[in-house]
Design a protein around this ligand. Structure first.
Ligand code: FAD
Ligand code: DHB
Length: 395
């Protein structure tokens, strides 16, 4: 079998790239090692930057997003018992974010791909990338008991943090910059109306808490927990009382507690791999970089990479612009490091670190107060939270 671009992974990066390439008339095949149902069952991102929303419209999958996505013009920050609002739109020259679940984005993209008959292999095992530094790379895998080989011009490694793509690049050709945090987020999904019509990020001496949502009837809550915590040790009652203790009283009054639909723990870390390409293999989204979820940047960073790569490939195939190949890594990394910095900053500001001394705690309390009280502080938070427009690599 032959295709122009072999895409490894059917998460948001792989599916969105496949959709944009289809719109550019470039042939691609997607190879995913899990089932479509499994991919759809992963509850992850909930907040999209406007650049990501615009890209989903450009990809032709914005219809349900426009109907069901919740436009948010502000967020709330809890500081011990006080609740402050940041008007995102006011402090970011009219921009906003959209609340729309990653599962919904994935479902829209999968349905669009099925509708036009895009080729995808789910449940593929032993996926391997061969000769990525040559002009004729190929991918092999086992599907329904048979070995499959796909020859291609380029490989897009959209296979997340634990995929095969990054491992296919010789270690001495990569630099990995990493930072781990001594905690994770314990998340709960519950069929209840959200506590507030906006998200609440809460700093508290017992630890961080986040009140988010997927719709006006489905809530998503997180609390900071030790990174090796077992979610099964957390009964619903234990979760709701830990959450309530960390939120300002004025907010807790509106909290509806019901049995959880899902409970999971995500350890927090930051990681960036440089460069994001090797020969004809490109690393895209979580395969190249991970950010802690504070600030909701991961999915939009992935969308930023996809947008750049789709434009690079369109320039190569339709205009013969070979020089664009070299533009992928620097264009993506500029945006990536801004979000890595912002997520790191917001994580430090709002979480309690074990063994944090009294001096550090007071410095952080003063920094949060400055951020909330000054125009410069609010502007910096709002501008970074809503994100910047996606880069145009074609000049
Ligand atoms: P993935 O979603 O990881 O997809 C990779 C795909 O590749 C998977 O389907 C996987 O099965 C497949 N794969 C892996 N290995 C192989 C292989 N060897 N062969 C073939 N296929 C393979 N981001 C936001 O922007 N906003 C948020 O609000 C937000 N909240 C989050 C909350 C939590 C709790 C977590 C954990 C993450 C959150 N994120 C958020 C981050 C966001 O979910 C990720 O950045 C996003 O999923 C990245 O998409 P991706 O397609 O690059 O990678
Ligand atoms: C969600 C996740 C985040 O990381 C965040 O900052 C906001 C919302 C969510 O899953 O809803």
């Amino acid at each position: 079998m032959r295709t122009s671009v072999a895409i490894i992974g059917a998460g948001p990066s792989g599916l969105l790239l496949g959709q944009l390439l289809y719109r550019h008339g470039i042939d691609a095949v997607i190879i995913e090692h899990r089932s479509a149902e499994h991919v759809l069952s992963r509850i992850r991102a909930g907040v999209l930057e406007s650049g990501t929303v615009a890209l989903l419209h450009e990809a032709g999958v914005g219809e349900r997003l426009a109907r069901k996505g919740l436009v948010h013009h502000g967020i709330k920050i809890g500081d011990q018992n006080a609740l402050h609002r940041i008007d995102l739109t006011h402090y970011s020259q009219g921009r906003h974010v959209t609340v729309y679940g990653q599962t919904e984005v994935t479902r829209d993209l999968m349905e669009a791909r099925t509708a036009w008959g895009g080729v995808s292999f789910y449940d593929a095992s032993d996926v391997a990338i061969h000769e990525p530094d040559s002009t004729s790379p190929y991918v092999t895998f086992v599907h329904e008991g048979g070995e499959v080989r796909i020859d291609c011009d380029y490989v897009a490694g959209c296979d997340g943090a634990h995929g095969v793509s990054r491992r296919s690049i010789p270690a001495e050709r990569l630099s990995v910059f990493e930072h781990t945090y001594p905690f994770g987020w314990l998340g709960v999904l519950s069929e209840t109306p959200p506590i507030d019509d906006e998200l609440i990020y809460a700093r508290h001496e017992q630890g961080f808490a986040l009140c988010s949502m997927r719709s006006m009837t489905l809530s998503r809550y997180y609390i900071q927990a030790p990174r090796d915590e077992n979610p099964e040790d957390w009964s619903d009652d234990r979760f709701w009382s830990a959450l309530s203790a960390r939120l300002p009283e004025s907010a807790v009054r509106a909290l509806t507690t019901d049995p959880s639909l899902e409970k999971s723990l995500a350890p927090l870390r930051s990681s960036v791999t440089e460069p994001m390409q090797y020969g004809r293999l490109f690393l895209v989204g979580d395969a190249a970089h991970i950010v802690p979820p504070t600030g909701a940047k991961g999915l939009s960073l992935a969308a930023g990479d996809v947008s750049v790569l789709a434009r690079v490939l369109a320039g190569l195939y339709h205009q013969g612009r070979q020089e664009l190949l070299q533009a992928y890594t620097p264009t993506c990394l500029e945006r990536v490091w801004k979000s890595v910095r912002f997520s790191w900053w917001m994580t430090h500001l709002l979480h309690s670190f074990p063994e944090e001394d009294g001096f550090t705690r007071r410095i952080k309390a003063a920094e949060l107060k400055y951020t909330l009280e000054s125009v410069a502080g609010r502007t910096a938070l709002a501008e970074n939270y809503v994100g910047s427009p996606l880069a145009d690599v074609t000049g």
